[in-house]
Design a protein around this ligand. Sequence first.
Ligand SMILES: Nc1nc2c(ncn2[C@@H]2O[C@H](COP(=O)(O)OP(=O)(O)OP(=O)(O)O)[C@@H](O)[C@H]2O)c(=O)[nH]1
Ligand SMILES: [Mg+2]
Length: 356
Amino acid sequence: MIGRWKDKEADAPETLPPEAVPVVWLLGKTGAGKSSLVRALTGQTDADVGDGFKPCTRTAQSYDFPPDAPLLRFLDTRGLGEAGYDPSEDLAVCLGRSHVVLVVCRLDDPVQGVVADALAFIAKKDRGLRAILVLTGGDLVPLPEDRRRAARRVQDTMGAAVKGDLPVAEVVLAPAADPDEAGLDKLRAHLLDALPAAGLLLERQKVSDQEGKAFQDARRRVLFYAGAAASSDIAPLIGAVSVPTLQLAMLRELGKRYGVAWDRATTAAFLGAMGAGVGARFAASFGVRQLAKFIPVYGQTVGAAASGSISFATTYALGRAAAYYLYWKSKGRGVDEQGLRDIYARAFRVSSDATD
Ligand SMILES: Nc1nc2c(ncn2[C@@H]2O[C@H](COP(=O)(O)OP(=O)(O)OP(=O)(O)O)[C@@H](O)[C@H]2O)c(=O)[nH]1
Ligand SMILES: [Mg+2]
């Protein structure tokens, strides 16, 4: 259990504490396609998703993904559209967390008032709410003109509920059809903006090179450490474990995966390759004084970062860059320093919530 994990040398735990798992809230009428959407996004089968949903309020069920070591929770409000649905209980489950609401509406169902009411209620209670509109059932409205009009109507209704514009993705979830990858990709891009922890986990992997493939296996562990680092900033869930301690544990675990012992010399060489800007910040937080002597230290230490989303992004980017470094080291090759910095910068960009 992570709460008791205080030994710096011990292996890190396998799972995030439940309170630290970000929530993707699915809001939509019965039959809107919520369960189908979870299946499409996670790649889980019908049976896996069906069996994995557990009741968590009177009207909602949750589904953890991945099921064995959850990094994300889907909350499915099944009662919506039934008489007397009161979203306040579901809201209580989600409030105070980083989360995003997927508003799922079928284009062949013009009656969406109950969804708009629930969304308006939630938006008023939680001003930090991020919502994405998912329009399903486009295949059931054959004429493009009708489809556009239906989409416009739903967008206006939901926009009025949140007093603003919502990012929109049209996704066809027809049971017999091939997965609508274009629609899902658009939704994934919106998710990455709204909740990087969810967007990165549900990203479709398009890797062509060997280095990228090697990282695929380590990716979920890096996301775990990033999530743990973010939560240890937000609340003392992880006991006495600080962000740099988690980051060092991540580097050691990655070293094991790539068959390279991660010791002080590796830390120094890696941070040196990362360059003055990035390397010095981590060097300061890891207490690598030898290195810090040579590189002027500026900026905040990572451990002192104010917000969880910064720790998430720095930890994810650090893990991504370390995997790159370790890949080339394990091949007995020197690392391309510019490549390393680029990969860090890119990983930081995609994992940081720009609007936070
Ligand atoms: N043709 C088509 N069918 C869809 C689409 N989305 C969902 N469906 C179908 O609609 C039915 C309901 O979908 P679900 O994913 O179970 O809907 P849900 O929102 O989870 O419904 P509840 O669990 O009852 O709240 C299923 O038979 C789906 O295959 C779509 O985009 N096109
Ligand atoms: Mg369902």
